[in-house]
Design a protein. Sequence first.
Length: 331
Amino acid sequence: MPLGDKSKSEGIWNNVLEKCEKKLANWKSQYLSLGGRAILINSVLDALPTYMMSVYPMPARRNFLWQGNCDPNKHKFHLVKWNEVLVSKKEGGLGTRNLKIQNHSLLMKWLRRFASQEQSLWKDTIKASYGMETRWISNIATQPYGTGVWRTIRNLWPKLINKCTIKIGDGGKTLFWEEVWVGQASLKASFPDLFSLSLQKVATVKEMRDAQGWNLRFRRLLNDWEVNRMVEFLNILERYKELSNSEDKRLWASDTQGRFSVGTTYRNSQKTHTQSSYWPWKMIWKVKVPFKVACFTWLLAKQVVLTQDNRMKKGLDLCSKCFFVNVRQRQ
């Protein structure tokens, strides 16, 4: 692990690049077909940098799929948009793993640990350096130095909490008004009129209760038209008549047991690709032919093979006649 380097510096990836180059040398990747390079990307190259991706943001890569390990000065056309390559095969892509989503999923694991672990040296160091925004997470890192890694990780917090639910224990970590712990939205968003009157805007759930029940304090008496809103408000809180002695927990909404995992995070972060449904993409990959043949069929189905007309569309100066039948190329 390259400690001390800038988190966004390309130099921190030199060791990974060396390992990749050794793999490529063994595979003689300059002689591989598109199918061979796709297999190499999915099975080898995506597995190598996983440990690094759990700490540092990773730059995108796409050249290898189309160029292999050839001379970088030799230009080769990228026949399909990279976003289409990344979608699943059944939706018209190659099923190549999206390293950006994978990278974010691995980095979000640190946020999950920060929110759930109480006693750990690394968490205490971050708390002492940046302070705490809530009981779950630190303040955003704004200093101009020494914050690169944590700033990148901390910026993913909104993504994480959008996919989590809160299980109330003693209420000591959850903000009563600001966080989503009852219903589908925060109480601040659901009852902005009552929130504006509250004298306890930054109180936790635990601080809003006493021995008699909910201890709600407002800066003035409620008007007649606000009483009905208050009744609706109390009906929502009715399910939490008593709090337990356990700590509040953030549960992963996509898992039946609420457990966070990089795999479920990756799958749920992928957008469903709205590829045209005219072509049965599954059939291309089900046919028992060599993978390179299936990849070529995939290119044919997308009408991106470098035929004469496609070359002309790309601005290449070519003869417009077919040399074999001596007729003009059909446009």
